[in-house]
Design a protein around this ligand. Structure first.
Ligand code: ZN
Ligand code: ZN
Length: 270
């Protein structure tokens, strides 16, 4: 899980640096839409005792132009058991965003496409050719992301943000500001957040998901917390591969603005 794959990111990183204009239309004045609901389906911990906890991450986003499934957890049986407990209208999902090509984020995808193939699967172009072939063979549409891209009104993906692992994050406009949803943050949650700040001129209300700090020293975690605050991240919900020690430091550092995540957590932002 979360292992490194050999990748060639340098040219894309350069392209991202040189192409901020890709996101230019989204720099318009904030136009808050209605409420947005984030429902955590799969996580290392469970916020709702009816759901199973397991290493991996998946989250549903409802309330914007598209209903989005972001990542799909590890084990299909846990993924489906949790989805059934949540009792959500899965047929309304029209976009599946994959953060990165690790099994703890793509594990439930294929069984999801078996049942709901009428979706667009949005993944960084650096995913393997076999991945995209399998998406098309399942009858779904594939959308290969090269750079920061608007998926619809108030909905973006960052495109791959450098680092050794090809990984993108989801950005959602809410009435309170942007919400950044991360998979594992292999490129670094600070780098991801910085990319969002550079490309969308709106405050970041919340960043949540895996922050990948399992092996980080307390000093490193404090440094990440300080940088996220400098970047204007108002609230954080570190979970999944963040690591329990790092999560505790975030809880202390953000105090009342720390958001507990976990499978079954519903974040309604209005
Ligand atoms: Zn990973
Ligand atoms: Zn992960």
């Amino acid at each position: 899980m979360c292992q490194s794959r050999p990748t060639l990111r340098g040219p894309l990183v350069l392209a991202l640096l040189l192409l901020p204009a890709v996101w230019t239309p989204a720099r318009a004045a904030p136009q808050p839409g209605g409420e947005v609901t984030f429902t955590v389906v799969y996580d290392n911990t469970a916020a709702n005792p009816d759901l199973q906890a397991d290493w991996g991450f998946a989250c549903l986003v409802n309330g914007r132009e598209h209903n989005v499934l972001f990542d799909t957890g590890t084990k299909p049986d846990v993924f489906w058991a949790n989805l059934e407990k949540l009792d959500l209208p899965l047929g309304d999902i029209d976009v599946v965003v994959l953060s990165h090509e690790h099994g703890d984020h793509t594990g439930g995808l294929w069984s999801f496409l078996d049942r709901y193939p009428d979706v667009t699967v949005v993944a960084p172009a650096g995913f393997s050719p076999e991945f995209f072939e399998r998406v098309k063979a399942a009858g779904a549409r594939d959308r290969r992301i090269e750079a920061p891209t608007a998926l619809g009104d108030g909905l973006w993906v960052t495109g791959a943000v450098g680092g050794d692992v090809v990984e993108q994050s989801l950005v959602v406009e809410t009435p309170k500001g942007l919400v950044v949803v991360t998979g594992c943050s292999h490129p670094g949650v600070v780098e991801i957040t910085r990319k969002v700040r550079e490309t969308i001129d709106q405050p970041i209300h919340l960043a949540f998901g895996g922050f990948h700090l399992l092996r980080a020293s307390p000093e490193d975690v404090h440094d990440v917390i300080r940088k996220l605050k400098e970047l204007g991240v108002e609230r954080v919900g570190p979970t999944h591969c963040t690591g329990e020690d790092a999560i505790r430091l975030f809880r202390d550092g953000y105090a009342s603005r720390f958001v507990t995540v976990g499978a079954g957590r519903v974040l309604r932002i209005e």
